[in-house]
Design a binder for this molecule. Sequence first.
Ligand SMILES: C[S@@+](CC[C@H](N)C(=O)[O-])C[C@H]1O[C@@H](n2cnc3c(N)ncnc32)[C@H](O)[C@@H]1O
Length: 292
Amino acid sequence: MIAGAQLPCDIAVVGLGIAGVHHLTKEVEETIRRCTKTFVADTGTGMLEYLGGLGTEVVDLTQPREVGEHRILIYRRIAAEVVAAAKAGGPVCFATYGHPTMYCYPTTLIQRAALVLNLSVTVLPGVSFLDTLLCDLGVDPGFDGLQMYEASDLVVRRRPLQADVPCVITQAPMTLDAYNRRGSRALDNLRLLQRHLLGTYPADHEVLLVTSKPHPLLEPLIQPVPLGSLAAALLPATQLGTLFIPALHRREIADRELAARMQILDGPRTARVTSGAPPSRPGRPPIGPQPA
Ligand SMILES: C[S@@+](CC[C@H](N)C(=O)[O-])C[C@H]1O[C@@H](n2cnc3c(N)ncnc32)[C@H](O)[C@@H]1O
């Protein structure tokens, strides 16, 4: 991006990250500086004040009057406000916590409306909860893959789960609750999620409720729970909690001949692998995924 240049769009949709202003990227910050108005959906400490200091007019979208309203109506209102401001005179910015296309319906609504109204939109990434969760748990999807579902969608569609692939479930504490409520949750809804998961995993399988730190001075919260007690654990859980289900077992290699092609063969500084096991060095911990 060239300093001082005009922003090449009518609406910038940007992600602010998870841990407050420390997660703001330079790209996002530069973009916000060039927007006349920035609509902010983020409750991070000091975020509104920091963005205001960049010279943009800040509009706080997290209004308490919307508690108890259907979430879709809230998202429509947000999109309408952003698009109307862009029509009146952009460029404007919609800045949301995390990543702007990670479970963020207003982004989709803004893009759709912009298409109809001939407005141009640029979308810029932010650090999402998935990024922080992988760090908090030390998970690398390169080993066994990763499946990810939204809790209500999982239950409503009775989506099948793969027991050999780690699983991330978002919005678990709000399962089957379409309203923007604080506090009151229906245990019955949470039990429906638990029952669906028990179709794939045993009741004593330990799952994790993970809340990544929303501020650099805090620590992530990682609460282990046996799946059989999940509903009771979700009842008082923070809205931000994500459910992580470790794989029950590893999937066996189906084609050993093809797998053998991926092994390290002769090389100047590597040992020849003949056993089919991952390479190892004497006295050092094993490298790579180990057999279950
Ligand atoms: C509507 S989605 C928004 C996600 C956001 N756009 C992002 O990129 O992280 C909200 C869900 O994200 C997850 N989430 C948000 N903040 C989190 C945090 N600090 N720790 C763990 N999960 C979080 C939870 O599953 C929560 O229900």
